[in-house]
Design a binder for this molecule. Structure first.
Ligand SMILES: C[S@@+](CC[C@H](N)C(=O)[O-])C[C@H]1O[C@@H](n2cnc3c(N)ncnc32)[C@H](O)[C@@H]1O
Length: 199
């Protein structure tokens, strides 16, 4: 099943998106620990940025330019309002686009840091490959990619859990292992938190 913009628009419109609560704590931890710094990684791309919590957080911590991309018009409306309220519109902008549809007009050639929280696992098949291609295309040698996804072996799940979008164990190595060094960060069961460095 392909998740369409109307699905996300509806969740955002009714404040019903379960992920849309706070800045992803793993991102905050890495920034607080000095592992991701605006000096080394100023130019940020937030793929599938939703309502912009991570984009605005990073802009507020001195990263920039920060560009958030999403295909949900409602999510982006919230993201722009959030950036406005935080006073970071000078270095945090948002672009409406489908990441699976090829090169995105208005983006730079590459970014120092790419955040991808929860979009790769929402795609399947050729669209998942297209997201991975976008990450390859838009990262630079030495640049970082922070990626979070649901991950499990569907054969081992029961009932409705089998329906949830997720990536298979090891799939991340097939998608990224050749071009990136993969660092597995601690995360809760059935999820994957990766900090990748482009070779
Ligand atoms: C699970 S949400 C995560 C949102 C945000 N990254 C966060 O962590 O709160 C996935 C986001 O990816 C966006 N998305 C999914 N498929 C997309 C695509 N093909 N192109 C652009 N955005 C997409 C959705 O609109 C949604 O905002």
């Amino acid at each position: 099943m392909r998740l369409r913009p109307w699905f996300y628009n509806t969740l955002y419109r009714f404040n019903a998106a379960p992920w849309d609560k706070e800045v992803r704590p793993q991102l905050v931890e890495l920034v607080e620990a000095g592992r991701l710094t605006p000096t080394e990684l100023p130019r940020v791309l937030d793929l599938g940025c939703g309502t912009g919590a991570e984009s605005v957080y990073l802009a507020g911590r001195g990263f920039g330019p920060v560009v958030g991309v999403d295909f949900s018009a409602v999510g982006l409306r919230r993201a722009r309002a959030r950036a406005e309220a935080a006073g970071v519109t000078d270095r945090c902008t948002f672009v409406q686009a489908d990441v699976t549809a090829g090169p995105i007009p208005g983006l730079a050639d590459s970014y120092d840091l790419i955040c991808e929280f929860g979009m790769l696992d929402d795609t399947q098949g050729e669209e998942r490959l297209a997201v991975a291609r976008a990450i390859h295309r838009l990262s630079r040698p030495g640049g970082k990619v922070l990626l979070w996804a649901f991950q499990a072996d569907k054969e081992q799940l029961k009932g409705g859990a089998k329906m949830a979008p997720m990536i298979a164990p090891g799939e991340e190595r097939e998608l990224f292992g050749e071009a990136f060094e993969l660092e597995y960060l601690p995360t809760r069961p059935r999820t994957l938190m990766l900090l990748m460095t482009r070779r």
